[in-house]
Design a protein around this ligand. Structure first.
Ligand code: CP
Ligand code: NVA
Length: 305
């Protein structure tokens, strides 16, 4: 495949390409790849892991990162998404964006002449999924056949992880309150990717035999006003030591972070022996670098000129 490769959802990569990006993530950086150039990152929402990882990845590839934050970027307020894409295409070799509406990413991609990378939208968080898969691969060696149980809100992180699991041959199980399951649009998108989701409402049954128990906040960015209502509904799906103890002996606990400690997971779990949350967070850097290398370097994709 040639031309610009955008990365808006995890299945913008084929299964082989996902594994290739994971390999590139562990390889020594091509420190000349972005020499004399860099990347532009637009953030409509706050970020710690994503911003630091993409900025550091850009630097490790020899480039300069420029991050524009919500009010200064003003997507569709100060300037249209399309005009920002045209601007940024001439300023760097890659454009990343964290947005509310996923359609904004699609519009950026439509007008950009450089790869557009989803740094999280209301619908999807695929750059997170790459790190999740790398952390799992470090742990288990291979991903195929693993049972990944996501306990909590069927949100952006869950959607991308569901599709990502399917790409690598892992089983994805979701357990949460019925009213916070995947939307029809998400179910359609997951099905369009050829992925399936096993649903088990009872968290105790869901985690039985799990290789990975994964959770995320019960109220995502933009949903803060729903915090009280959601916290009451989600309480039975809190990951505590007792619930985690019902999974397999080798279970690994993951969380994309930031965590609301005591809500979706207890300190005992977040800081316990099964937790890999810090290696997962640090894998954000390695997978950002691996992804950028893949998107920017035809040789890394096996498409040498
Ligand atoms: N997991 C994640 O994307 O973290 P940030 O919101 O801090 O970037
Ligand atoms: N679901 C969370 C993920 C944060 C990294 C959110 O969208 O806020």
């Amino acid at each position: 495949m040639s031309g610009i490769r955008h990365f808006l959802e995890i299945d913008d990569l084929t299964p082989d390409e996902v594994l290739r990006v994971l390999d590139l993530s562990l390889a020594a950086p091509r420190s000349d790849l972005l020499a004399g150039s860099g990347a532009v990152f637009l953030f409509e929402k706050p970020s710690a892991r994503t911003r630091t990882s993409v900025e550091m990845a850009t630097s490790q590839l020899g480039g300069h990162p420029v991050a524009l934050l919500s009010d200064e970027v003003g997507i569709d307020r100060r300037e249209s998404a399309e005009d920002l894409a045209r601007l940024c295409s001439g300023m760097g070799r890659l454009l990343g964006a964290r947005v509310y509406a996923h359609s904004v990413l699609e519009r950026l991609a439509g007008a950009s002449t450089v790869p557009v990378v989803n740094l999280l939208s209301d619908d999807a968080h695929p750059i997170q999924t790459l790190a999740d898969l790398l952390t799992m691969r470090r742990e288990f060696g291979s991903l195929s056949g693993r049972r990944v149980v996501f306990v909590g809100d069927a949100n952006n992180v869950a959607r991308s992880l569901a599709i990502g699991c399917s790409l690598v041959g892992a089983t994805f199980v979701w357990s949460g309150p019925a009213e916070y399951g995947f939307s029809d649009a998400d179910r359609d998108r997951i099905a369009a990717a050829g992925a399936t989701v096993e649903v088990e409402a009872d968290p105790r049954r869901a985690v039985a035999g799990a290789d990975v128990v994964y959770t995320d906040t019960w109220y995502s960015m933009g949903q803060e006003q729903e915090q009280a209502a959601r916290t009451a509904v989600f309480a039975p799906w809190r990951v505590d030591a007792e619930l985690l103890g019902l999974a397999s002996e080798r279970v690994v606990f993951l969380h994309c972070l930031p965590a609301h400690r005591g809500d979706e997971a207890t300190d005992e779990v977040l800081d316990g022996p099964s937790s890999r949350i810090w290696s997962q967070a640090h894998d954000r850097l390695h997978t950002a670098r691996g992804l950028f290398t893949f998107l920017l370097d035809p040789d890394a994709r096996g498409e040498g000129s």
